[in-house]
Ligand binder design. Structure first.
Ligand code: ADP
Length: 260
């Protein structure tokens, strides 16, 4: 993967701009700085390696050289998207899931931000925003997709099992350029539907553990257990307790796991 192979592969999608790095701290950090200094809508930062890749809450996201897709996409939300910014993580997760489906895999979305295949984490999404006063000026959608086996972190480092496309497909995976093209093609289509019930419905249908008992760890202490019922229209998660009372879990410091 290099700048010219990426440009060639993505040319029909008309990205607003493209910055490619052989190695970078974090693609989201680069994209946040670029967005703040006027990057165009649908600009991309892609790296072959991240040395300081981040998950949520500054947890580390592992992107070894030559093995994975690390990309951050800058969106400048228009009027149609503005009322639905909380759906952005779903937009990204669905787009990665569609790209996996296209390869014949059966992806699921572990709410809010991970894509699982066979119950293992294949990709993660991290959405961050650039503010201008009270308003969101732009969104940065970071996506880390494990393409080759070498993209997996060492086992002792994982709190959740991980997977790569190479392993799940059982053969040579498509190039990272092709994976990215498929994700972005799906993103362009879903973005048009961001305000629709169809997006929430598709996100909900693809949720891992739907109808099952799950645990949500919020912060360091509290643990909420319930049946994963679905999504609210803003993308929050709906759980049902044993008395069929519903609780809404908003994004934030939460980790979802199947109940033991
Ligand atoms: P959570 O699983 O709680 O939702 P995050 O979405 O914040 O966590 O992702 C960060 C976590 O993902 C890290 O703490 C690490 O355990 C795991 N991780 C880091 N890099 C990878 C990777 N390349 N593939 C799969 N899992 C990873």
């Amino acid at each position: 993967m290099n700048e010219s192979s990426l440009k060639k592969s993505l040319s029909k999608l008309n990205p607003g701009g493209l910055r490619y790095f052989d190695s970078v701290g974090s693609t989201n950090d680069e994209a946040l700085a670029w967005a703040a200094s006027g990057a165009k809508d649908f600009s991309l930062v892609v790296a072959d390696e991240q040395t300081q890749g981040r998950g949520r809450l500054d947890r580390k996201w592992f992107t070894p050289k030559g093995s994975a897709l690390a990309v951050s996409l800058i969106l400048r939300p228009g009027a149609a998207m503005r009322p639905h910014l909380s759906r952005t993580v779903g937009l990204a997760a669905l787009s990665v899931a569609d790209a996996c489906l296209k390869l014949g895999l059966s992806p699921q979305i572990k709410w809010p931000n991970d894509i699982l295949v066979n119950g293992r984490k294949l990709a993660g999404v991290l959405v961050e925003s650039v503010w201008s006063g009270e308003d969101v000026d732009s969104l940065v959608i970071g996506m880390g997709i494990n393409v080759y086996r070498a993209s997996l972190p060492p086992a002792e480092y994982l709190q959740f099992p991980a997977a790569s496309l190479e392993e799940m497909l059982g053969k040579e995976p498509p190039t990272r350029e092709e994976v990215l093209r498929n994700v972005l093609t799906a993103m362009l289509a879903w973005r048009e539907k961001i305000g629709t019930a169809r997006l929430i419905q598709a996100w909900e249908e693809n949720l891992a553990y739907r109808g099952e008992q799950v645990q949500i760890r919020a912060g360091s202490e509290s643990l909420i257990t319930g049946r994963l019922a679905g999504l609210e229209s803003d993308g929050s998660l709906r759980l049902m307790d044993a008395h069929d009372q519903s609780t809404t879990i908003r994004f934030g410091d939460v980790s979802l796991r199947p109940a033991a």
